[in-house]
Design a protein around this ligand. Structure first.
Ligand SMILES: NC(=O)c1ccc[n+]([C@@H]2O[C@H](COP(=O)([O-])OP(=O)(O)OC[C@H]3O[C@@H](n4cnc5c(N)ncnc54)[C@H](OP(=O)(O)O)[C@@H]3O)[C@@H](O)[C@H]2O)c1
Length: 268
């Protein structure tokens, strides 16, 4: 595990830089590669941090723990480092390969209890949530001792533009953050690429990132994003780019400010 880690509320360390696998060709082959790297002693299990999610169709208590166990057993890595509830919305259980969008009456608290059981049984080390608005996170505080691990936020329109048409409509026509003048200026000053500047903007504030790239240059650039420092002026000028386009969500903004102070972790 990289020395550039953040300490989670539960005490475990999490790398500031991770690798997102969604939209990576042969995504399912990742576990084979990791198993091989461990068996050939390229890395040790404890040097790898694996995050996965309990999908919306398995939130109910009768499905959650069996599904978490099945996921863990299929990977044979012994345990999951970070297990997430990816969305605060439960759906009815679907048959394999069938996508069901029928809502299910399952509260976040019920699902959270299953995640806690996974920790108690040694299946998961840390647990958290993503795509929760501030109000749902505050609700989670009422029944959880520690702050949860994750809020999720994506940078700019790029990842949305890669989605099917129904999802990408609102992002169309928006400029890529890579092309914003101030980002290019900061990149040129530090002799880095715009993507490295944007990722460093997060990691320097102790916000973990999970970028995905399907090309070698992108991956190599991503690996070099904790070796340099942005000035306060750089950070402030990137923060000033915010256009307030997200839905009003004071609570979440507060949580993200606290993330900067390393109390809660925020990753994309
Ligand atoms: N919790 C959630 O709800 C949620 C939602 C979405 C995603 N995620 C996680 O976040 C991960 C990343 O999400 P994402 O793929 O949507 O967004 P992303 O990591 O922001 O990637 C957006 C695009 O940026 C490009 N890129 C990466 N490195 C680059 C570089 N150095 N220079 C120029 N372009 C670069 C990549 O294209 P190339 O491949 O062409 O390099 C990629 O397609 C996913 O794999 C998933 O694990 C979580």
């Amino acid at each position: 595990m990289s020395k550039d880690t953040v300490k989670l509320a539960c005490g475990h360390q999490m790398p500031l830089l991770r690798f997102g696998l969604w939209k990576v060709p042969k995504e399912s082959a990742a576990d084979t590669g990791i198993k091989r790297a461990i068996s050939e002693c390229v890395v040790k299990r404890e040097d790898i941090s694996i995050t996965t999610k309990l999908w919306n169709n398995y939130h109910a208590k009768e499905h959650a723990l069996p599904m978490i166990k099945a996921q863990n057993e299929s990977w044979v890595f012994g345990y999951i480092d970070l297990l997430l509830i990816p969305f605060p919305s439960a759906l009815g259980k679907a048959l394999p390969r069938v996508v069901s969008v029928k809502p299910a009456k399952v509260s976040n608290q019920e699902t959270w209890k299953s995640l806690k059981a996974a920790v108690e049984q040694g299946i998961a080390r840390s647990i958290g949530v993503s795509n929760f608005q501030g109000q749902s996170i505050y609700d989670l505080f009422t029944y959880n001792k520690h702050p949860p691990v994750i809020a999720y936020s994506s940078f700019g329109p790029q990842s949305i533009l890669e989605l099917p048409p129904a999802f990408r409509e609102r992002a169309e026509g928006l400029p890529s953050l890579f092309d914003i003048e101030i980002i290019k200026k900061i990149a040129s000053k530090h002799v880095k690429t715009p993507s490295q500047i944007l990722l460093r903007f997060a990691t320097q504030r102790n916000i973990a990132v999970s970028p995905k790239s399907n090309n070698k240059d992108g991956l190599a650039q991503t690996l070099d994003i904790t070796s340099f420092y942005l000035s306060k002026e750089d950070i402030d000028s990137i923060l000033a780019l915010g256009q307030g386009l997200s839905p009003p969500n004071t609570a979440r903004s507060d949580l993200q400010r606290r993330a900067v102070r390393s109390e809660i972790w925020c990753c994309s």
